[in-house]
Design a protein around this ligand. Structure first.
Ligand code: PGA
Length: 306
């Protein structure tokens, strides 16, 4: 592995040298840098020792550059330019980016979007977030009307040309009440799912659609006993023993018993899906949205968009 070799000269020595070369004398350089003349002289002597060549020659009451000194001045100027560029990019990262990020998420994203946003907002104090949480159909309508810069969802619609990056696993689990008879079983055969009462999210929900696709694929037809409009309402109804449901693992506490629930183990489940961040291909992403995506990719170590 090739490691960058650190220079023997220090930053302070180079800064003094650059000031002396630019201003034509030690006195003026010392003044400009708020240093004493002996300090500047010492730094120049050390620099001469570490390079092994004369960089400055006396000229009248001041100094002038030797050939080696001119070459060093060019190098130092390039280094300082690069350093300034780096400082500007830091400023860009640290709050000079301003504006509002418009982001929509399907309902389950409300359980983790705040965790994504917390370090982002700390890093970019100039950015505000305008966030909408709704079901899949509603989020798709917002994308159609270009009301959002970014959307986070599980199943992007096929009819819109979208950039899409998979950001995180989204296992959809079968849940029952904590005291459900299957709760302590190692596994239950999938065919038994056909005989249960199932609680479903409303029409327009991606969770509902993914569940229905799974049931159709396995030719299972449980009785849809109740339709409920939110993940939380489903969790309460399942905990009360009204039936089973399929929900994202992200909607359930790490310890499901805290919500009065259990994740039931069944062959073929959970349904393995992914969270995706999507945006319209026909729109140039606003700077704040690009900054957010770059940040998220660094945080989650994702591959760049394909
Ligand atoms: P939803 O979310 O059930 O809230 O619509 C799931 C999804 O579409 O990703």
């Amino acid at each position: 592995m090739n490691l960058a070799k650190p220079p023997r000269a220090s930053f302070a020595q180079l800064r003094s040298f650059e000031a002396v070369a630019r201003l034509g004398g030690i006195t003026r350089a010392a003044e400009a840098l708020h240093l004493t003349q002996p300090t500047v002289s010492t730094q120049l002597r050390e620099l001469r020792e570490s390079t092994g060549v004369d960089l400055l020659a006396p000229a009248g009451r001041g100094v002038q550059l030797t050939d080696a000194g001119r070459a060093l001045l060019e190098t130092v100027t390039r280094m300082f330019d690069q350093w300034n560029e780096f400082e500007e990019s830091l400023a860009d990262m640290r709050g000079l980016v301003r504006g509002s990020l418009r982001i929509a998420g399907v309902t389950t994203t409300e359980y983790f979007l705040a965790q994504w946003l917390k370090p982002f907002l700390r890093t970019y104090p100039g950015i505000e977030v305008d966030m909408v949480i709704d079901n899949r159909d509603a989020v798709i309508r917002r994308l159609e009307r270009e009301q959002e810069d970014l959307a986070v969802m599980m199943m992007p619609p096929a009819h819109l040309a979208l950039h899409s990056i998979a950001v995180m696993d989204n296992p959809l689990c079968l849940i029952g009440a904590a005291d459900h008879p299957w709760a302590n079983r190692k596994t239950t055969a999938l065919k038994h799912l056909g005989g249960v009462d199932l609680l479903m999210r409303e029409a327009g929900s991606g969770t509902r659609q993914a569940t229905l696709e799974f049931l159709a694929q396995h030719r299972l037809a449980p009785r849809i006993r109740m339709t409920l409009g939110s993940n939380e309402a489903i969790k309460h109804a399942v905990a009360a023993g009204l039936g089973l449901a399929v929900l994202s693992r992200h909607a359930i506490a790490k310890d499901p018993a805290l919500d009065g629930l259990s994740v039931l183990r069944m062959a073929g489940l959970p349904i393995q899906r992914h969270w995706r961040v999507v945006w319209r291909q026909n729109r140039r992403l606003p700077r704040v949205a690009t900054v957010f995506m770059e940040f998220l990719q660094r945080q989650l170590s994702l591959a760049p968009p394909g």
